[in-house]
Design a protein around this ligand. Sequence first.
Ligand SMILES: Cc1cc2nc3c(=O)[nH]c(=O)nc-3n(C[C@H](O)[C@H](O)[C@H](O)COP(=O)(O)OP(=O)(O)OC[C@H]3O[C@@H](n4cnc5c(N)ncnc54)[C@H](O)[C@@H]3O)c2cc1C
Length: 404
Amino acid sequence: MSDWKSEQAIIVGGGIGGLAAALALARAGVRCQVIEQAPEFKEIGAGIQLGPNVFFMFERLGLIEPISALAVFPNNLIMMDSVTGEEVTRIPLGDAFRKRFHQPYALIHRADLHKVLLEACRASNLIELDASQKVIKVDERGSGIAVRTESGKDYRGAALIGADGLWSTIRQIVVGDGAPKPAGHITYRAVLPTSEMPEQWRWRDMVLWAGEKVHLVHYPLRTGELFNLVAVFHSNRYEEGWDSYGDPTELHERFAKTCEPVRTLLNKIESWRMWVLCDRPPIKEWSRGRITLLGDAAHPMLQYLAQGACMAIEDAVCLADRVVAAGGDYAAAFLAYQQARYLRTGRVQIMARVYGEFYHASGVAKELRNMMLASRSADDAMAGMEWLYGEQKELTRGAAAFTP
Ligand SMILES: Cc1cc2nc3c(=O)[nH]c(=O)nc-3n(C[C@H](O)[C@H](O)[C@H](O)COP(=O)(O)OP(=O)(O)OC[C@H]3O[C@@H](n4cnc5c(N)ncnc54)[C@H](O)[C@@H]3O)c2cc1C
């Protein structure tokens, strides 16, 4: 092992992005210390969609097998009109899709994805994982980084990666742009045993019911044992808040104009968890010396392209490649990494907002949307996804860098 690789990199945050970063660096032979504020390394929440682009990263990280064992591979992406109840469009995810993108589209429970990453990290003797440690102070000192946690524990490392999510402390040190802004959209999420899902809606598809300032998504999880339901509506009633229990009254009010199947599905859920959606406008610079950001800390986005976690995992692979290419010159590596990533992640941030408008359109905009989507062929649809789902050669070509 080269000397620089034995000096640990510190990763703040043990979510999907932080664990992926630790794994990517460890696969390249770099020692890592992950520091997580929660008492356990654990994900809560519900389902997550995985575009083909992230499967290239799973290949790089050696995770295709465990992920595939826990994922559902849906047959179609379907958009329904939640007022008329009619299908607007569908994109088959079978042979033609896989042939075009060389990878599948999948659905997975967020806890399962996190568990796969965590087990891979635990299996590496280059990764240390500390829970119950909230980072409150970071000092960059000449050739290294000093970190202090709320409980008074100190860590030293060669560099620091802030993978501490939407409310990132490290972002305030590096960028200092205050709290993220609520987007005026609320998400309610729930997971239902398949036996409780009405039989006619037990589709092996990712289904999105688009409505006026609302939408509902459902899809199967855990090899079909569960169904994930996500209801989104516009509301400015909430300033902040995350992962609290959602009051169904406002949800039912907002969905009052939707068709009977949508209302029936919403009525199936007794207990929803609520997220107040926030994002930030894209930025170009999220590194300072030996400190950088990754995932939601760097480029938080609305979930409408289902790519936040996928982007965090792409970041992780890119970052490890750049660290290896720079031979441990972290300041140079972090600049190269942000340069390689900001246009791609910025595009996803911007397009996620556009897709939100698109899903929630009313009047002429909605008619145009439905007309345009209905007249599109599956090939046209896939061509439109190429920028997002297609192979990012600079991420897949770096494979050699992972040989320690
Ligand atoms: C409703 C919804 C649906 C979504 N659907 C999808 C989808 O289908 N596909 C997809 O790819 N993405 C999706 N996303 C986005 C995805 O969930 C996030 O982008 C992803 O989880 C970000 O991972 P992260 O590791 O950057 O941040 P996080 O998951 O937020 O992890 C940050 C970690 O840092 C820890 N931390 C924070 N501060 C400190 C500190 N000071 N010290 C120590 N630890 C700290 C936190 O406890 C946490 O564990 C969705 C998001 C939402 C809200």
